[in-house]
Design a protein. Structure first.
Ligand code: HEM
Length: 418
Protein backbone atom coordinates (compact mmCIF):
# COMPACT_ATOMS: atom_id res chain seq x y z
CA UNK A 1 0.00 0.00 0.00
CA UNK A 2 1.28 3.44 -0.93
CA UNK A 3 1.76 5.57 2.19
CA UNK A 4 -0.03 8.57 0.75
CA UNK A 5 -2.56 7.00 -1.61
CA UNK A 6 -4.07 3.77 -0.25
CA UNK A 7 -4.25 1.34 -3.20
CA UNK A 8 -7.87 0.53 -2.50
CA UNK A 9 -8.79 4.18 -2.88
CA UNK A 10 -6.86 4.57 -6.12
CA UNK A 11 -8.28 1.32 -7.56
CA UNK A 12 -11.80 2.30 -6.57
CA UNK A 13 -11.28 5.64 -8.24
CA UNK A 14 -10.05 4.03 -11.48
CA UNK A 15 -12.80 1.42 -11.53
CA UNK A 16 -15.41 4.11 -11.30
CA UNK A 17 -14.43 5.39 -14.73
CA UNK A 18 -15.96 2.85 -17.05
CA UNK A 19 -17.15 2.46 -20.59
CA UNK A 20 -20.88 2.24 -20.96
CA UNK A 21 -23.54 3.18 -23.48
CA UNK A 22 -26.00 4.04 -20.74
CA UNK A 23 -26.29 7.13 -18.58
CA UNK A 24 -28.57 7.32 -15.56
CA UNK A 25 -30.40 10.52 -14.83
CA UNK A 26 -29.93 11.71 -11.28
CA UNK A 27 -27.79 14.84 -10.85
CA UNK A 28 -25.94 13.80 -7.76
CA UNK A 29 -25.35 10.11 -7.24
CA UNK A 30 -25.06 8.79 -10.77
CA UNK A 31 -22.79 9.06 -13.73
CA UNK A 32 -22.09 11.70 -16.30
CA UNK A 33 -19.93 11.64 -19.39
CA UNK A 34 -16.19 11.71 -18.68
CA UNK A 35 -14.24 14.41 -20.52
CA UNK A 36 -12.78 12.56 -23.46
CA UNK A 37 -11.98 15.44 -25.78
CA UNK A 38 -10.64 18.90 -25.03
CA UNK A 39 -13.98 20.42 -26.02
CA UNK A 40 -15.77 18.52 -23.25
CA UNK A 41 -13.99 20.80 -20.79
CA UNK A 42 -16.08 23.68 -22.16
CA UNK A 43 -19.07 22.15 -20.39
CA UNK A 44 -17.40 23.21 -17.11
CA UNK A 45 -17.48 26.92 -17.92
CA UNK A 46 -20.54 27.51 -15.71
CA UNK A 47 -18.72 26.04 -12.71
CA UNK A 48 -15.59 28.02 -13.55
CA UNK A 49 -17.67 31.25 -13.68
CA UNK A 50 -19.02 30.62 -10.18
CA UNK A 51 -15.47 30.54 -8.77
CA UNK A 52 -14.30 33.53 -10.81
CA UNK A 53 -17.30 35.49 -9.54
CA UNK A 54 -16.36 34.54 -5.97
CA UNK A 55 -12.84 35.92 -6.55
CA UNK A 56 -14.43 39.07 -7.96
CA UNK A 57 -16.61 39.53 -4.88
CA UNK A 58 -13.72 39.00 -2.45
CA UNK A 59 -11.30 41.34 -4.27
CA UNK A 60 -14.10 43.90 -4.71
CA UNK A 61 -14.83 43.86 -0.97
CA UNK A 62 -11.14 44.39 -0.18
CA UNK A 63 -10.95 47.34 -2.59
CA UNK A 64 -13.94 48.95 -0.89
CA UNK A 65 -11.78 49.69 2.16
CA UNK A 66 -9.55 52.15 0.32
CA UNK A 67 -11.36 53.26 -2.85
CA UNK A 68 -12.93 56.71 -2.73
CA UNK A 69 -15.96 57.33 -5.02
CA UNK A 70 -15.21 61.03 -5.31
CA UNK A 71 -14.08 62.55 -8.64
CA UNK A 72 -11.31 64.48 -6.86
CA UNK A 73 -9.94 61.40 -5.13
CA UNK A 74 -11.00 58.30 -7.12
CA UNK A 75 -8.00 58.19 -9.47
CA UNK A 76 -5.46 58.83 -6.68
CA UNK A 77 -7.13 56.28 -4.43
CA UNK A 78 -6.68 53.53 -7.05
CA UNK A 79 -3.02 54.55 -7.56
CA UNK A 80 -2.55 54.58 -3.78
CA UNK A 81 -4.04 51.10 -3.41
CA UNK A 82 -1.62 49.84 -6.06
CA UNK A 83 1.50 51.53 -4.75
CA UNK A 84 1.07 52.00 -1.04
CA UNK A 85 -1.11 49.21 0.31
CA UNK A 86 0.75 45.89 0.79
CA UNK A 87 -0.17 43.63 -2.17
CA UNK A 88 -2.66 46.29 -3.27
CA UNK A 89 -1.62 46.02 -6.91
CA UNK A 90 -2.46 42.31 -6.74
CA UNK A 91 -6.05 42.96 -5.66
CA UNK A 92 -6.67 45.83 -8.10
CA UNK A 93 -5.26 43.86 -11.02
CA UNK A 94 -7.00 40.64 -9.99
CA UNK A 95 -10.30 42.54 -9.89
CA UNK A 96 -9.70 44.30 -13.23
CA UNK A 97 -8.38 41.32 -15.22
CA UNK A 98 -10.82 38.87 -13.66
CA UNK A 99 -13.71 41.11 -14.78
CA UNK A 100 -12.50 40.70 -18.37
CA UNK A 101 -11.92 36.97 -17.96
CA UNK A 102 -15.38 36.30 -16.49
CA UNK A 103 -17.06 37.78 -19.56
CA UNK A 104 -14.83 35.67 -21.84
CA UNK A 105 -15.69 32.49 -19.90
CA UNK A 106 -19.40 33.40 -20.01
CA UNK A 107 -19.29 33.93 -23.77
CA UNK A 108 -17.75 30.47 -24.14
CA UNK A 109 -20.43 29.07 -21.78
CA UNK A 110 -23.15 30.62 -23.89
CA UNK A 111 -21.76 29.63 -27.29
CA UNK A 112 -21.17 26.02 -26.18
CA UNK A 113 -24.78 25.81 -25.01
CA UNK A 114 -25.94 27.18 -28.37
CA UNK A 115 -23.69 24.70 -30.18
CA UNK A 116 -25.11 21.63 -28.43
CA UNK A 117 -28.64 23.14 -28.27
CA UNK A 118 -28.79 22.81 -24.49
CA UNK A 119 -31.07 25.88 -24.38
CA UNK A 120 -34.18 23.90 -25.32
CA UNK A 121 -37.00 22.17 -23.45
CA UNK A 122 -36.60 21.97 -19.68
CA UNK A 123 -33.34 23.99 -19.84
CA UNK A 124 -34.95 27.08 -21.35
CA UNK A 125 -35.28 28.68 -17.91
CA UNK A 126 -31.54 28.29 -17.46
CA UNK A 127 -31.10 30.11 -20.75
CA UNK A 128 -33.43 32.97 -19.72
CA UNK A 129 -31.84 33.41 -16.29
CA UNK A 130 -28.43 33.11 -17.98
CA UNK A 131 -29.37 35.94 -20.34
CA UNK A 132 -30.33 38.12 -17.37
CA UNK A 133 -27.03 37.19 -15.72
CA UNK A 134 -25.07 38.07 -18.83
CA UNK A 135 -26.85 41.43 -19.06
CA UNK A 136 -26.17 42.15 -15.38
CA UNK A 137 -22.51 41.16 -15.78
CA UNK A 138 -22.08 43.47 -18.78
CA UNK A 139 -23.72 46.40 -16.99
CA UNK A 140 -21.61 45.67 -13.90
CA UNK A 141 -18.51 45.72 -16.11
CA UNK A 142 -19.62 49.01 -17.68
CA UNK A 143 -20.29 50.65 -14.30
CA UNK A 144 -16.99 49.36 -12.85
CA UNK A 145 -15.03 50.70 -15.82
CA UNK A 146 -15.83 54.27 -14.76
CA UNK A 147 -14.70 53.87 -11.15
CA UNK A 148 -10.93 54.49 -11.65
CA UNK A 149 -12.00 57.91 -13.07
CA UNK A 150 -9.24 57.87 -15.67
CA UNK A 151 -9.34 59.47 -19.13
CA UNK A 152 -10.29 56.20 -20.81
CA UNK A 153 -12.93 55.25 -18.25
CA UNK A 154 -14.44 58.75 -18.23
CA UNK A 155 -14.72 59.02 -22.02
CA UNK A 156 -15.90 55.44 -22.46
CA UNK A 157 -18.74 56.34 -20.10
CA UNK A 158 -19.48 59.55 -22.05
CA UNK A 159 -19.67 57.62 -25.36
CA UNK A 160 -21.55 54.66 -23.86
CA UNK A 161 -24.23 56.76 -22.23
CA UNK A 162 -24.46 59.13 -25.21
CA UNK A 163 -25.45 56.20 -27.46
CA UNK A 164 -28.56 55.69 -25.32
CA UNK A 165 -29.73 59.21 -26.23
CA UNK A 166 -30.86 57.87 -29.63
CA UNK A 167 -33.58 55.74 -27.97
CA UNK A 168 -36.83 57.34 -29.23
CA UNK A 169 -38.84 59.41 -26.71
CA UNK A 170 -37.12 58.24 -23.50
CA UNK A 171 -33.45 58.53 -24.62
CA UNK A 172 -32.68 61.91 -23.04
CA UNK A 173 -34.43 61.01 -19.80
CA UNK A 174 -32.55 57.70 -19.44
CA UNK A 175 -29.21 59.44 -20.05
CA UNK A 176 -30.10 62.15 -17.53
CA UNK A 177 -31.05 59.57 -14.89
CA UNK A 178 -27.96 57.43 -15.53
CA UNK A 179 -25.58 60.37 -15.36
CA UNK A 180 -27.37 62.10 -12.51
CA UNK A 181 -27.33 65.28 -14.62
CA UNK A 182 -26.51 66.45 -18.11
CA UNK A 183 -22.79 65.59 -18.04
CA UNK A 184 -20.71 62.70 -16.74
CA UNK A 185 -19.59 64.15 -13.40
CA UNK A 186 -19.52 63.52 -9.64
CA UNK A 187 -23.17 62.32 -9.42
CA UNK A 188 -22.50 59.84 -12.26
CA UNK A 189 -19.62 58.36 -10.28
CA UNK A 190 -21.86 58.01 -7.18
CA UNK A 191 -24.66 56.38 -9.20
CA UNK A 192 -22.30 53.96 -10.97
CA UNK A 193 -20.59 53.17 -7.67
CA UNK A 194 -23.89 52.26 -5.96
CA UNK A 195 -24.96 50.20 -8.96
CA UNK A 196 -21.58 48.46 -9.06
CA UNK A 197 -21.25 47.56 -5.39
CA UNK A 198 -24.88 47.01 -4.29
CA UNK A 199 -27.69 46.71 -6.81
CA UNK A 200 -26.04 44.78 -9.65
CA UNK A 201 -24.16 42.29 -7.40
CA UNK A 202 -27.40 41.68 -5.46
CA UNK A 203 -29.21 40.90 -8.74
CA UNK A 204 -26.35 38.65 -9.86
CA UNK A 205 -26.44 36.66 -6.62
CA UNK A 206 -30.22 36.15 -6.80
CA UNK A 207 -30.19 35.07 -10.44
CA UNK A 208 -27.11 32.89 -9.96
CA UNK A 209 -28.88 31.07 -7.15
CA UNK A 210 -31.95 30.47 -9.32
CA UNK A 211 -29.84 29.50 -12.37
CA UNK A 212 -27.85 26.90 -10.45
CA UNK A 213 -30.99 25.61 -8.68
CA UNK A 214 -32.48 24.94 -12.13
CA UNK A 215 -29.29 23.21 -13.33
CA UNK A 216 -29.48 21.07 -10.18
CA UNK A 217 -33.07 20.10 -11.06
CA UNK A 218 -32.59 19.29 -14.74
CA UNK A 219 -28.99 18.02 -14.64
CA UNK A 220 -26.39 19.07 -17.18
CA UNK A 221 -27.35 18.33 -20.80
CA UNK A 222 -26.23 14.93 -22.08
CA UNK A 223 -23.96 14.81 -25.15
CA UNK A 224 -25.81 15.15 -28.48
CA UNK A 225 -25.29 11.49 -29.40
CA UNK A 226 -27.44 10.35 -26.46
CA UNK A 227 -31.15 9.61 -26.71
CA UNK A 228 -33.79 8.15 -24.39
CA UNK A 229 -33.94 4.35 -24.43
CA UNK A 230 -36.96 2.38 -23.17
CA UNK A 231 -36.73 -0.87 -21.29
CA UNK A 232 -39.61 -2.99 -22.69
CA UNK A 233 -39.36 -5.43 -19.75
CA UNK A 234 -40.45 -2.91 -17.12
CA UNK A 235 -42.44 -0.42 -19.25
CA UNK A 236 -46.19 -0.64 -18.56
CA UNK A 237 -47.16 1.50 -21.56
CA UNK A 238 -48.82 4.25 -19.48
CA UNK A 239 -47.96 6.93 -22.09
CA UNK A 240 -46.67 9.53 -19.59
CA UNK A 241 -43.44 9.84 -21.62
CA UNK A 242 -45.34 10.64 -24.82
CA UNK A 243 -47.36 13.36 -23.09
CA UNK A 244 -44.40 14.91 -21.29
CA UNK A 245 -41.92 14.98 -24.20
CA UNK A 246 -41.46 18.64 -25.33
CA UNK A 247 -39.88 17.51 -28.62
CA UNK A 248 -42.66 15.15 -29.82
CA UNK A 249 -39.97 12.46 -29.99
CA UNK A 250 -41.96 9.70 -28.27
CA UNK A 251 -44.96 7.96 -29.86
CA UNK A 252 -47.06 5.20 -28.35
CA UNK A 253 -47.15 2.26 -30.78
CA UNK A 254 -49.25 -0.84 -30.51
CA UNK A 255 -46.97 -3.56 -29.18
CA UNK A 256 -47.56 -7.17 -28.43
CA UNK A 257 -51.07 -8.00 -27.16
CA UNK A 258 -53.14 -5.08 -25.91
CA UNK A 259 -50.11 -3.17 -24.52
CA UNK A 260 -48.99 0.01 -26.30
CA UNK A 261 -45.26 0.65 -26.16
CA UNK A 262 -43.45 3.98 -26.51
CA UNK A 263 -41.04 4.36 -29.39
CA UNK A 264 -38.32 7.02 -29.42
CA UNK A 265 -37.50 8.90 -32.61
CA UNK A 266 -33.72 9.26 -32.29
CA UNK A 267 -33.65 12.19 -34.71
CA UNK A 268 -36.00 14.27 -32.57
CA UNK A 269 -35.03 13.21 -29.03
CA UNK A 270 -33.00 15.88 -27.23
CA UNK A 271 -32.08 13.63 -24.25
CA UNK A 272 -33.59 16.28 -21.98
CA UNK A 273 -34.31 13.71 -19.22
CA UNK A 274 -37.92 14.88 -18.60
CA UNK A 275 -39.31 11.44 -19.49
CA UNK A 276 -36.72 9.79 -17.25
CA UNK A 277 -37.83 11.89 -14.29
CA UNK A 278 -41.56 11.35 -14.87
CA UNK A 279 -41.60 7.64 -15.83
CA UNK A 280 -43.44 5.91 -12.94
CA UNK A 281 -41.64 2.61 -13.52
CA UNK A 282 -38.19 4.12 -14.17
CA UNK A 283 -38.04 2.25 -17.46
CA UNK A 284 -36.13 4.97 -19.34
CA UNK A 285 -32.40 5.67 -19.38
CA UNK A 286 -30.21 7.67 -21.73
CA UNK A 287 -28.37 5.58 -24.29
CA UNK A 288 -25.55 6.45 -26.62
CA UNK A 289 -26.28 6.03 -30.33
CA UNK A 290 -22.58 5.91 -31.16
CA UNK A 291 -21.58 2.98 -28.98
CA UNK A 292 -20.09 2.90 -25.48
CA UNK A 293 -18.73 6.14 -24.09
CA UNK A 294 -16.62 6.88 -21.03
CA UNK A 295 -18.72 7.77 -18.00
CA UNK A 296 -17.75 8.83 -14.51
CA UNK A 297 -19.62 9.44 -11.24
CA UNK A 298 -20.59 13.06 -10.56
CA UNK A 299 -18.97 12.82 -7.11
CA UNK A 300 -16.05 12.88 -6.83
CA UNK A 301 -14.71 12.35 -10.36
CA UNK A 302 -16.69 14.89 -12.34
CA UNK A 303 -16.39 17.46 -9.55
CA UNK A 304 -12.61 16.92 -9.46
CA UNK A 305 -12.44 17.45 -13.20
CA UNK A 306 -14.43 20.65 -12.82
CA UNK A 307 -12.16 21.81 -9.99
CA UNK A 308 -9.04 21.07 -12.08
CA UNK A 309 -10.41 23.17 -14.96
CA UNK A 310 -11.18 25.94 -12.46
CA UNK A 311 -7.65 25.82 -10.99
CA UNK A 312 -6.11 26.03 -14.49
CA UNK A 313 -8.32 29.06 -15.27
CA UNK A 314 -7.29 30.73 -12.00
CA UNK A 315 -3.63 30.09 -12.91
CA UNK A 316 -4.24 31.82 -16.25
CA UNK A 317 -5.82 34.70 -14.33
CA UNK A 318 -2.74 35.05 -12.11
CA UNK A 319 -0.46 34.85 -15.16
CA UNK A 320 -2.49 37.74 -16.62
CA UNK A 321 -2.17 39.72 -13.39
CA UNK A 322 1.60 39.37 -13.22
CA UNK A 323 2.53 39.53 -16.89
CA UNK A 324 -0.04 41.72 -18.64
CA UNK A 325 -1.11 44.31 -16.08
CA UNK A 326 1.10 46.92 -17.75
CA UNK A 327 -1.13 46.64 -20.81
CA UNK A 328 -4.24 47.87 -19.01
CA UNK A 329 -5.18 51.12 -20.67
CA UNK A 330 -7.81 52.34 -18.28
CA UNK A 331 -5.46 53.47 -15.51
CA UNK A 332 -2.87 55.69 -17.16
CA UNK A 333 -4.13 59.32 -17.07
CA UNK A 334 -6.71 60.94 -14.71
CA UNK A 335 -10.06 61.97 -16.22
CA UNK A 336 -10.18 65.36 -17.88
CA UNK A 337 -13.65 66.39 -19.12
CA UNK A 338 -12.07 69.12 -21.30
CA UNK A 339 -9.66 66.97 -23.32
CA UNK A 340 -11.10 64.24 -25.55
CA UNK A 341 -8.50 61.50 -26.06
CA UNK A 342 -7.59 60.52 -29.65
CA UNK A 343 -8.72 56.93 -29.15
CA UNK A 344 -11.49 55.94 -26.78
CA UNK A 345 -11.48 52.27 -25.95
CA UNK A 346 -14.30 50.63 -24.05
CA UNK A 347 -13.67 47.31 -22.29
CA UNK A 348 -12.83 44.46 -24.71
CA UNK A 349 -16.32 42.95 -24.84
CA UNK A 350 -17.90 46.28 -25.85
CA UNK A 351 -15.34 46.77 -28.60
CA UNK A 352 -17.38 44.74 -31.14
CA UNK A 353 -20.72 46.48 -30.44
CA UNK A 354 -18.91 49.86 -30.41
CA UNK A 355 -17.47 49.05 -33.85
CA UNK A 356 -20.99 48.22 -35.11
CA UNK A 357 -22.17 51.62 -33.85
CA UNK A 358 -19.26 53.30 -35.63
CA UNK A 359 -19.84 51.73 -39.05
CA UNK A 360 -23.62 52.09 -39.16
CA UNK A 361 -25.06 55.10 -41.02
CA UNK A 362 -26.56 56.46 -37.80
CA UNK A 363 -26.30 55.65 -34.09
CA UNK A 364 -29.99 54.77 -34.09
CA UNK A 365 -29.65 52.04 -36.76
CA UNK A 366 -26.54 50.77 -34.96
CA UNK A 367 -28.43 50.56 -31.69
CA UNK A 368 -31.37 48.88 -33.46
CA UNK A 369 -29.10 46.20 -34.95
CA UNK A 370 -27.50 45.52 -31.57
CA UNK A 371 -30.94 45.29 -29.97
CA UNK A 372 -32.07 42.83 -32.67
CA UNK A 373 -29.02 40.58 -32.05
CA UNK A 374 -29.63 40.78 -28.30
CA UNK A 375 -33.31 39.83 -28.65
CA UNK A 376 -32.52 36.89 -30.97
CA UNK A 377 -30.06 35.60 -28.38
CA UNK A 378 -32.40 36.08 -25.40
CA UNK A 379 -35.34 34.42 -27.15
CA UNK A 380 -33.34 31.62 -28.76
CA UNK A 381 -35.40 28.94 -26.92
CA UNK A 382 -38.54 30.36 -28.62
CA UNK A 383 -36.92 30.56 -32.06
CA UNK A 384 -35.20 27.17 -31.89
CA UNK A 385 -37.48 24.75 -30.06
CA UNK A 386 -37.45 21.36 -31.74
CA UNK A 387 -35.68 19.16 -34.24
CA UNK A 388 -32.43 17.21 -34.04
CA UNK A 389 -29.85 18.33 -31.50
CA UNK A 390 -26.77 16.67 -32.93
CA UNK A 391 -24.61 19.44 -34.55
CA UNK A 392 -23.85 17.09 -37.45
CA UNK A 393 -27.55 16.83 -38.28
CA UNK A 394 -28.22 20.59 -38.39
CA UNK A 395 -25.52 22.18 -40.56
CA UNK A 396 -27.40 25.44 -41.21
CA UNK A 397 -27.91 26.19 -37.53
CA UNK A 398 -24.27 25.33 -36.77
CA UNK A 399 -23.16 27.59 -39.63
CA UNK A 400 -25.17 30.44 -38.06
CA UNK A 401 -23.64 29.81 -34.62
CA UNK A 402 -20.12 29.70 -36.08
CA UNK A 403 -20.77 32.86 -38.12
CA UNK A 404 -21.94 34.67 -34.96
CA UNK A 405 -18.78 33.65 -33.07
CA UNK A 406 -16.59 34.60 -36.02
CA UNK A 407 -18.30 37.98 -36.51
CA UNK A 408 -18.00 38.76 -32.80
CA UNK A 409 -14.25 38.06 -32.93
CA UNK A 410 -13.75 40.04 -36.17
CA UNK A 411 -15.69 43.08 -34.93
CA UNK A 412 -13.79 43.01 -31.63
CA UNK A 413 -10.40 42.91 -33.38
CA UNK A 414 -11.56 45.59 -35.83
CA UNK A 415 -12.60 47.75 -32.87
CA UNK A 416 -9.14 47.35 -31.28
CA UNK A 417 -7.33 48.21 -34.50
CA UNK A 418 -9.43 51.15 -35.68
C1 HEM B 1 -23.01 34.49 -13.84
C2 HEM B 1 -23.14 33.79 -14.92
C3 HEM B 1 -23.41 32.30 -14.98
C4 HEM B 1 -23.14 31.31 -14.08
C5 HEM B 1 -22.46 31.44 -12.74
C6 HEM B 1 -23.61 30.06 -14.65
C7 HEM B 1 -23.50 28.82 -14.03
C8 HEM B 1 -23.86 27.64 -14.63
C9 HEM B 1 -23.52 26.32 -14.18
C10 HEM B 1 -22.70 26.03 -12.92
C11 HEM B 1 -24.04 25.43 -15.04
C12 HEM B 1 -23.89 23.89 -14.99
C13 HEM B 1 -22.98 23.42 -16.13
C14 HEM B 1 -21.62 24.03 -16.16
O1 HEM B 1 -20.87 23.95 -15.19
O2 HEM B 1 -21.31 24.68 -17.20
C15 HEM B 1 -24.77 26.18 -16.04
C16 HEM B 1 -25.50 25.63 -17.06
C17 HEM B 1 -26.25 26.36 -17.95
N1 HEM B 1 -26.20 27.72 -18.15
FE1 HEM B 1 -25.17 28.99 -17.05
N2 HEM B 1 -24.17 30.32 -15.87
C18 HEM B 1 -24.07 31.69 -16.12
C19 HEM B 1 -24.45 32.35 -17.25
C20 HEM B 1 -25.18 31.79 -18.28
C21 HEM B 1 -25.52 32.45 -19.53
C22 HEM B 1 -25.05 33.84 -19.92
C23 HEM B 1 -26.31 31.59 -20.22
C24 HEM B 1 -26.96 31.79 -21.55
C25 HEM B 1 -27.54 32.85 -21.96
C26 HEM B 1 -26.45 30.38 -19.42
C27 HEM B 1 -27.22 29.28 -19.75
C28 HEM B 1 -27.07 28.03 -19.18
C29 HEM B 1 -27.73 26.82 -19.64
C30 HEM B 1 -28.77 26.73 -20.78
C31 HEM B 1 -27.23 25.78 -18.87
C32 HEM B 1 -27.56 24.30 -19.00
C33 HEM B 1 -26.48 23.74 -19.93
C34 HEM B 1 -26.33 22.28 -19.90
O3 HEM B 1 -27.15 21.62 -19.26
O4 HEM B 1 -25.35 21.81 -20.52
N3 HEM B 1 -25.72 30.53 -18.27
N4 HEM B 1 -24.62 27.53 -15.79
Amino acid sequence: MNRFFPTRLVDGFKNNIRKSDELKHSVLNDATVAPDRFWDVLSYTGTISVFLILIQVVTGLLLLFYYSPNPLKAFESVIAIKNEIPNGFLFVNLHTINAKLIVLVLFIHMFRIMYVSAHRGPRKNQWYTGSVLMTLMLVTGFSGYLLPWSQQSYWACVIGTEAIRTVPLAGDLIVYLLRGGKEVAGPTLSIFYMLHIIFLPAGIIVFMWYHIKKVWQTGVAAPPEMIAGINPETCVGCGVCERICPFSAIRMMSGTGSKSMPEVDGGLCNACRLCLDKCPTQSITLKSQSGPMKTEPIFPHNMLHRMSATVVTIMILFAGVFFFHGMLIEDKIPADPFITPDRIKPDWYFMGPYQVLKIMPSEFTGLLSLLAIYLVLVFLPVIDKKGPRDPEKRPLYILLVKTSIFSFIIFTIWGFLS
